[in-house]
Design a protein around this ligand. Sequence first.
Ligand code: GCU
Length: 694
Amino acid sequence: HGTGLLVDTVVDEVAGACGRYGGTVRRVPADVPATAPSPVGPAGGPRRHVPATAPSPPGDLLLALRDAAALPAWARRLTAGADGPLGDEGFLLAGSGDRTLLLADAPAGLLYGLFHLVRLGRAAFDARPVECHRPALARRMLDHWDNVDVHPVTGQVERGYAGGSIFWRDGAARGDLARVREYGRLLAACGVNAVAVNNVNVHASGARLLTERLGDVAAIADTLRPYGVRVHLSVTFAAPVVLGGLPNADPLDAAVRAWWAAAARRVYDRIPDFGGYVVKADSEGQPGPFTYGRDHADGANLLAATLAPFGGVVHWRAFVYDHRQDWRDRSTDRARAAFDHFTPLDGRFRDNVILQVKHGPMDFQVREPVSPVLAAMPATRLAVEVQVTQEYTGQQRHVCYLGPWWSEILGFAPWGPQGPTVADVAAGTASTRDPRSGAGGGRSATAGGGLVGVSNVGDDPFWTGHPLAQANLYAFGRLAWDPGLDPVAVLDEWIRLTFPPATTGDPGLVRRTLHAVLDGSWWTYERYTAPLGVGFMVRPGHHYGPDVDGYEYTPWGTYHFADRDGVGVDRTRATGTGFTGQYPRPWSERYEDLHGCPDELLLFFHHVPYGHVLRSGRTVIQHIYDTHFAGVEQVEAMRGQWRRLAGLVDPALYARVSERLDEQRRCAAEWRDQVNSYFLRKSGVPDEHGRRIW
Ligand code: GCU
């Protein structure tokens, strides 16, 4: 579907780029008569020859689909021996120094290859041996938590910090498809190939996107298709009741099945390449199969069966826990919930169900261990969900470049350093083992579910509210394409693509300054917020700014248990909730061991006295004081660095970032003072350096 469109997109993009430099584009259409049939071409008809008379001066760049054109001799020489399949999205790049060749098996590969050339800039024309690029993860998706109506509590975009939705406004489609098209281009340039266009919390008008408002979704799909982006919908499990008027939504009820089957047929009539559904069921008040005494596999499989004939998938979210917990109940541990709910269902999901697992067991905190679910469901397709929108990491008012955090998550090896990583699990290439026994197994995992991010984009002129938060969008796509990339190198790409070098003075200043501001900004944010992996301590509801006890006596299951003697959550098997036992070895042992547990996660796994000495050699209380003072100093340093760019970057952008850095400085100081004062008052232990604590 839409492959011709993709080729048109590539041609337009190339023409646009060449036009800027006075170059020209010559398109050799597929209907040029073949002068000779291909002896070796892939199935799909004879190859077309690029006419021998086609001029091919030095500096030429040839973009070709392998089965659409037989290559000229110079290109055949360059790629001799490189016959392996490139897949639907891969591409091959080779260059003699005079001429450059970009080859793909499918149009999407040409598109991604083209954006790769743009990243390379001038170096695209250097001599290079054959390079093959294929995405590590087939599914690279952004979920928009966009409401169709303005929700009275969560607004137009739930956890959105970049203005309104680019798709919806006040209960209707915005109709600004030009902006949506620009978005498609932005996504393709980052490597993203799927979006869900509405909130996982499906409210009344969001629900109707599946039925009477399907035309709006089809218009978005038509607009994103030329950039290789497939559209998905969040649906409510209660749809047969709320939209179909049926008495129940029991997944085993024949009328319910028939309703979903008819819904899927209607969707695919309008959107032949529709991606599928995203479902938040039995989670934070959303309806689900529990109402009918059924489990999540029953629910997910019902929907998956109706999408399977059309090639669609169900992204079923694993974010299921008791959000009405009694805080006095010390036996219930929210961190355990996803594992306890889902691992007994391993092997029961259809192969077009993707279980979408938040990267950590809690909820997108600045620091959490990797979710043990990712190591415990070898017979299920798993997707890793991260939050590009910065709900808990400064809400796009603070600079917080999340590339290093995601890179750490994707590189985490749940079975130990020799074993597969989280990225392998998401790619479906992890060989499986039973995490409970730690024993090696042999079976290959099913296809992976990929990487999913909660989008950080809105109708803000800078797309992301904070202009520097664009780096997170870019890094998300790039790490989904290749989780092994160095996040600082990815940032460097983004800087070079976004900020032209200064024409006067020091040409490297902009780039160096942006690195100085962004490279370590995740650690800086961690320093001045909740310490040592304990999480939360944010204002309930909107989640911005400090409130140390804000969640302490609530039903949400997010506690730090600070008292006069110590702080942290005992999740050990020996004396706590037993959560450490959900990990395979070696992590089940390391996290259990007070002295083996990494410092940055200590309070996630252990309740310790304030005088407990960290692996760093500092006590917990002194670590809290030191990091909070240091965090604010680092934000002040960022502000100073940024000021050097006055007059060197776009003035509107400069002003926006400056204003946000002022707010970050204010908020960081508030965090420092509240956290430090709280712990001084609880513990009575003074700061070794006698700094001011309130
Ligand atoms: C968080 C977030 C909610 C969101 C939920 C989810 O709890 O605060 O806004 O709905 O995650 O992931 O479903």
